[in-house]
Design a protein around this ligand. Structure first.
Ligand SMILES: [Zn+2]
Ligand SMILES: [Zn+2]
Length: 336
């Protein structure tokens, strides 16, 4: 039997273990993919810690930012071929019949199976994926650059798509990690002024090249006259980032909540939100149609992911670095 290395979570108390498992057989609607790169997302940390109220299905191979090469095709697969480069996202399979699935909003389907959370993910040498939820990648795209587009890029692009309108000219971005540093680059075309806040000096230095006005929370607090912004995108997981940002949002402005913290609840200023006519929107990853747009955007060289690579064998170290905020680049990508 041919085997593969995979990072497996069997018990929350044990954490991830590297194991040799049989290479899976693709079901009729699946392709077998040899993974070339697999990005680590904060959701992976929540998965292995079981920190969300909706727990992952164990045993679990996490990872939902995969790029790889098709090695085998299920009997019902159409439109894909052997040796094709593909990208595998978080939304791994949905019901295909509800109103969300029928209107291109399958990322809000109530019966979805998420890659690396409910179904096996991409932190392995091989995985299987439903062909209706993956995309082909141009051959000349670097797998390490492309992998984070499956979640970080998609999430940032979808958020900016929702916020870009004529009335929204000034944008405040809270948090410049994997998602936030991409959002700055996608927002450039649509906003006349972008302000970004992050507590990390390293992230501030790294994001300077993207042309936003960047502050640490202390510098921001010390500003005598803060500009009012038309829209805010909160990618940070600190509830304070949400409440602080509302203070500089103009009346009638839009607050996009994207990052998720450990807490299930968030306390908001009820009176202020009502009397100032603030719009709140939640945004969760994005549909496959947006993933297509993100891939094209990067293929045209219009944005760049700040990444560092680690071997799959070092996944525990990589996860610990991410948990401690010690990753040098906003995104860590595992290479089998
Ligand atoms: Zn993710
Ligand atoms: Zn559905």
């Amino acid at each position: 039997m041919r085997t593969m290395r995979a990072a497996v979570l069997r018990d929350f108390s044990l954490g991830l273990q590297l194991e040799d498992l049989p290479i899976p057989e693709p079901k009729p609607n699946q392709v077998l993919v040899r993974i070339l790169a697999s990005g680590i997302c904060h959701t992976d940390l929540h998965a292995i810690n079981g920190s969300w109220h909706k727990k992952p299905v164990l045993p679990l191979i996490p990872g939902h930012e995969g790029v790889g090469i098709i090695q085998a095709l299920g009997s019902k697969v159409t439109g894909f071929y052997l040796d094709q480069k593909v990208i595998i996202p978080w939304v791994g399979r949905t019901c295909r019949t509800c109103s969300y699935c029928s209107s291109g909003k399958e990322n809000y389907c109530d019966r979805q199976f998420n890659t690396g959370y409910v179904i096996p993910g991409t932190h392995a040498e091989y995985t299987t994926a439903d062909f209706r939820y993956i995309l082909p990648l141009p051959n000349d795209m670097d797998p390490v650059q492309a992998a984070p587009l499956a979640c970080a890029g998609l999430t940032a692009f979808e958020t900016i798509k929702q916020l870009r309108s004529k009335e929204n000219q000034t944008l405040l971005i809270m948090g410049m990690g994997g998602v936030g540093h991409l959002a700055i680059q996608y927002a450039k075309e649509f906003f006349t002024r972008i302000i970004a806040i992050d507590p990390s000096e390293l992230r501030i230095d790294q994001a300077k090249v993207f042309g936003a006005e960047i502050y640490s929370p202390e510098q921001w607090l010390a500003l005598n006259s803060k500009p009012l912004v038309d829209a805010v995108a909160v990618f940070a997981s600190d509830p304070k980032a949400v409440t602080d940002s509302i203070k500089v949002l103009r009346n009638g402005g839009t607050l996009a909540l994207v990052g998720l913290g450990k807490n299930k609840e968030l306390t908001l200023p009820w009176f202020e939100l009502v009397t100032r006519g603030i719009h709140i929107l939640g945004s969760h990853v994005g549909p496959i149609s947006t993933l297509k747009e993100v891939v094209e955007y990067h293929h045209l060289g219009k944005a760049n992911v700040l990444v560092e690579t680690k071997p799959l064998a070092d996944i525990r170290i990589a996860m610990a670095d991410l948990a401690a905020g010690k990753n040098n680049s906003p995104r860590i990508v595992l290479v089998p």
